[in-house]
Write a protein that binds this ligand. Structure first.
Ligand SMILES: *[C@@H]1O[C@H](CO)[C@@H](O)[C@H](O)[C@H]1NC(C)=O
Ligand SMILES: *[C@@H]1O[C@H](CO)[C@@H](O)[C@H](O)[C@H]1NC(C)=O
Ligand SMILES: *[C@@H]1O[C@H](CO)[C@@H](O)[C@H](O)[C@H]1NC(C)=O
Ligand SMILES: *[C@@H]1O[C@H](CO)[C@@H](O)[C@H](O)[C@H]1NC(C)=O
Length: 377
């Protein structure tokens, strides 16, 4: 689901992005952030990039420098999933150098803390990276965008467009990739004992995408399936939803309109058990005028911040990024595809299936992965 407009501007966006990095104009430095104690310990820059012929659409970007050797460390262009989710959401809840303190909202501006798992640190053990290799990265819905944008950059390089981008590869987490993903969702639910053998096996023959409308039994099974998973958090089936299917296109804005009193009372015993409460903090933070000033957001350019804007207008041109993966790999680009094993929306089963369909030879067997000496996967 990609807009043609976005497609045609992706190359430009990347180039402008690189231009900003190389020539360093356009953006504004952010030294302090409301909610964070003291000056920021890393360099943060924000700015706008005009899109389209008339540049009437302005994309806001955040640029943080690597915390080890920014002159030589790889550059990652991170695209937030969605579709339509704000870059701030990626920054706060995915891989950015800072995040929101997981504490209950008490009426004061939510606090910002450093993220120990930030990807601005992650690569300091790899001296083989020279002269700013460039990677495109993202997760979830970005599984459609990242391979396409990588290919645009690659094509641009081949056509001799300047500046040449030192694209080395791309990274994706639980990436949406092809329409049959839904079939694996049901396989996943079956493996997780959320649905019975009977429901899994009988009427749909393992195919739940584009079901024949005359197959009433299968349609009935799909209804039953939807009832059985209703209320689970699709992105982390073990997570507390606290009554909200958080990951399923949350629009917390409606929640936010509840009175402050109600919100504070909402989970009296909660020590931020609910993911939704953490997300909600971002609304309070992002809507605060002093935060907007600190981030150099043009006054009056947007109304209330929306974490994921479901009302963007675009035309779907593809739901399948497998051919892009195949092309990029054939050209020798590296890719890192990782997967959380409790995500039912983009289950690891479908990720393994499309990777398998590319027919690569396996050069390393499955092995244990440990965290602090304990087997984690
Ligand atoms: C915005 O945050 C500042 C702290 O930086 C705080 O003093 C102010 O009250 C907040 N504004 C609103 C409307 O909450
Ligand atoms: C909310 O909690 C923060 C952090 O503990 C504290 O600094 C602040 O004063 C509290 N605000 C209110 C209104 O109680
Ligand atoms: C993959 O590469 C081939 C050969 O260059 C090209 O014809 C095809 O359009 C590419 N596929 C995609 C999805 O871009
Ligand atoms: C992978 O192998 C299968 C079976 O041999 C074949 O049908 C398919 O086209 C191959 N896919 C690619 C991307 O080469």
């Amino acid at each position: 689901m990609v807009t043609e407009k976005l497609n045609s501007t992706a190359q430009k966006w990347c180039c402008v992005f690189l231009y900003l990095l190389v020539f360093g104009d356009g953006g504004s430095q952010v030294k302090f952030l409301p909610g964070f104690q003291g000056p920021l310990p890393f360099e943060l820059e924000t700015g706008y990039i005009g899109v389209g012929e008339s540049e009437d659409v302005q994309l806001f970007y955040y640029f943080t420098k690597s915390e080890s050797q920014p002159e030589s460390d790889p550059i990652i262009l991170w695209l937030t999933g969605g579709p339509g989710c704000s870059a701030l959401s990626g920054l706060l809840f995915e891989i950015g150098p800072f995040t929101l303190e997981k504490e209950k909202y008490n009426g004061s501006l939510p606090r910002i803390v450093l993220n120990p798992y930030s990807w601005s640190k992650w690569l300091n053990d790899h001296p083989e990276f020279i002269s700013n290799p460039f990677y495109v990265a993202g997760d979830s819905y970005s599984g459609i965008l990242v391979p396409i944008i990588s290919q645009f950059i690659s094509d641009g390089n081949e056509m001799g467009i300047h500046p040449q981008i030192n694209l080395q590869g791309y990274m994706l987490g639980n990436p949406l990739t092809f329409p049959e993903e839904n079939d694996y969702k049901i396989q996943f639910a079956h493996g997780m004992a959320l649905i019975s053998d009977e429901l899994y096996e009988v009427h749909c023959n393992g195919k739940y995408q584009s079901v024949d409308p005359s197959n009433a039994k299968c349609l009935q099974d799909i209804n039953t399936f939807n009832e059985l998973i209703n209320g689970l958090d699709g992105a982390q089936i073990l997570d507390w939803t606290c009554g909200f299917a958080v990951s399923m296109s949350d629009d917390i804005a409606s929640q936010r309109r509840r009175s402050l009193h109600q919100q504070l009372d909402h989970h009296p015993l909660s020590a931020l058990k609910c993911h939704i409460d953490w997300y909600r903090l971002s609304y309070y933070w992002a809507d605060n005028e002093s935060v907007r000033d600190a981030l150099h957001i043009k006054k009056g350019s947007i109304g209330s911040w929306i974490r994921c804007n479901l009302k963007l207008q675009y035309k779907t041109t593809t739901w399948n990024s497998i051919p892009y993966h195949a092309n990029l790999s054939a050209k020798g680009y590296r890719s890192l595809i990782y997967s959380g094993d409790h995500d039912m929306m983009v289950p690891f089963l479908s990720t393994q299936a499309w990777i398998r369909s590319l027919n690569y030879s396996i050069i390393d067997e499955w092995r244990q992965w440990t965290v602090e000496g304990q087997v984690a996967g």
